[in-house]
Design a protein around this ligand. Structure first.
Ligand code: MG
Ligand code: MG
Length: 264
């Protein structure tokens, strides 16, 4: 699982290197697919089925008001866009899953703040992913941080367990009550993934059956790490280090270094 997690981090960095105005989301998708396959990985989202709808691509690329599950296409990125890129891989029978929101060129201060707060919320959740706590402690930490800024915490989509399957029990909501829910056991591997909107928490799904948008059209951000619950401090399996070595995002580094010994 460490190897799968490492590979998605490197794939996201390869995508990040190519994020600029004029690039299409389909081009980014092809870059990620080639990258994963060159290391023996199989894209985990491509062919993923929910009911009768099949996801057609390697990446979910969610632009601006799209929260998650955006389908890569001919859209050309524009200066100021926010794009959330979610990448999943299967490598030697184990899954990796991580997401990162990039700004295309310069974006608005409001969007930068949304990204910073969502990113901070991810690490606040991770701080709670320790043996002795319960799932609700993670959920509540994410929720209270984001709602403190007036942001909408999406309810319809949640984090999840991960391992030999992409999505395993338990569900890991980004909202909940402290001290409630399943007890965290040593070795439990979960994806913590705040999906946070600048406006309403309500979402709608497009006719394609995948694209989930903020109902009021407000921008959305999404960061995701795979973590293993441990005694004392969670072990973060995925890393943003590769991404942040190639993407200029000074505020993200500050947040990272403030996080208590849990570098992503
Ligand atoms: Mg993901
Ligand atoms: Mg996930």
């Amino acid at each position: 699982m460490r190897e799968s997690a490492d590979l998605v981090g490197r794939a996201l960095a390869e995508v990040g290197r190519h994020v600029r105005p004029g690039v299409t989301t389909a081009e980014l998708d092809a870059i990620a697919e080639d990258f994963l396959r060159s290391y023996g990985g199989v894209p985990a989202f491509k062919g993923y089925k929910v009911g009768k709808v099949i996801f057609p691509n390697t990446l979910c690329i969610s632009v601006n008001d799209v929260v998650v599950h955006g389908i890569p296409d001919g859209y050309r990125l524009q200066e100021g866009d926010l794009i959330s890129v979610d990448c999943g891989v299967q490598l030697d029978g184990y899954f990796g899953d991580s997401a990162y929101t990039f700004a295309v060129g310069e974006t608005s201060e409001e969007n930068v703040r949304l990204c910073r707060v969502t990113y901070e919320a991810l690490y606040k959740g991770i701080e709670k992913a320790v043996v002795g706590n319960r799932l609700g402690d993670i959920s509540n930490a994410v929720q209270t941080h984001c709602e403190g800024y007036g942001y909408g915490v999406v309810r319809d989509l949640v984090g999840h367990g991960i391992g030999r399957s992409l999505h395993e029990d338990p569900q890991v909501p980004n909202y909940g009550q402290r001290g409630k829910g399943k007890k965290l056991k040593d070795g439990l591997a979960i994806c913590i993934e705040p999906m946070i909107n600048r406006g309403t928490a309500d979402v709608e799904t497009d006719d394609d059956g995948w694209t989930v948008r903020a109902a009021d059209g407000s921008p959305s951000a999404h960061y995701e790490h795979m973590v293993v619950c441990r005694r004392g401090a969670a072990e973060i399996l995925t890393t943003f280090e590769y991404i942040e070595a190639v993407v200029e995002a000074p505020y993200r580094r500050e947040v990272l270094h403030e996080a208590t010994g849990t570098h992503g």
